[in-house]
Design a protein around this ligand. Structure first.
Ligand code: AMP
Length: 219
């Protein structure tokens, strides 16, 4: 049976950071829908052009586009043992589609909510920097890169700030999260798939809690 692990939480909760870490520890590939959209935008593919205005405004890309993209991705051989999903699902329709996809691959679905209070999110997001090559996520104050930082893809990390991490857009992304994504918590809780970890801790402690929850080790 394959494993589908969903890291769920508001923008800035640390889903991307933790996906990168636990993906190595559990030997499961990570998939970030936001990262796929950004890379498609950079390559100016039709999908990238379709997604662009939504990302720029901090709105959600329509469900049919997003679900189609995830369905195609998860059909690849690379995900036959499972996946860690970062940023998907974000709507009820996406959650239902994922349930069906998981069932069709006989995958066990687990959801972990990384809980961070809203008041912390703006500071986390507006100070965030990423490497264009390896995708690792840092924070100017809370998690600065070593200098010079060796990139996982060789050479030095190419650090940049995401356009949608500007305060005006961040505010909208948090609003969109509260309105469209937050209701999924109750959905997953009702299905009995949900665990919660405290995302305000040090990165290593969040990882330890995630692994404890996922591997059934007492925390
Ligand atoms: P993220 O990197 O997860 O913060 O996502 C960045 C942006 O990509 C979001 O603000 C949305 O515009 C888009 N996006 C990522 N994942 C999804 C999704 N599951 N559904 C719709 N839009 C998404």
């Amino acid at each position: 049976m394959s494993r589908y692990i969903i890291l769920f939480g508001p923008p800035g909760a640390g889903k991307g950071t933790q996906t990168k870490i636990i993906s190595e520890q559990l030997s499961l590939p990570g998939v970030s829908t936001g990262e796929i959209f950004r890379s498609q935008m950079e390559q100016r593919t039709p999908l990238g052009q379709q997604a662009r205005s939504y990302l720029e405004d901090g709105e959600l890309v329509p469900d049919d586009v997003t679900i189609g993209m995830v369905r195609e991705t998860l059909a690849q051989e690379a995900y036959s043992a499972g996946v860690i999903l970062d940023g998907f699902p974000r709507t009820l329709d996406q959650a239902e589609a994922l349930g069906e996809i998981a069932e069709s691959y006989d995958a066990d679905l687990r959801v972990v909510f990384i809980k961070v209070p809203e008041r912390e999110l703006v500071e986390r997001l507006s100070g965030r920097i990423l490497c264009r090559k390896c995708g690792r996520v840092y924070h100017k104050k809370f998690n600065p890169p070593d200098d010079p930082q060796a990139c996982e893809k060789g050479g030095t990390c190419e650090l940049y700030q995401r356009d949608d991490d500007r305060v005006e857009i961040v505010t909208n992304r948090i609003r969109v999260y509260n309105e469209q994504t937050m209701p999924l918590l109750a959905y997953f809780r009702d299905r009995g798939d949900l665990s919660v970890v405290d995302g305000t801790q040090e990165i290593e402690c969040v990882t330890a809690d995630l692994l404890a929850v996922l591997e059934g080790v007492p925390g």
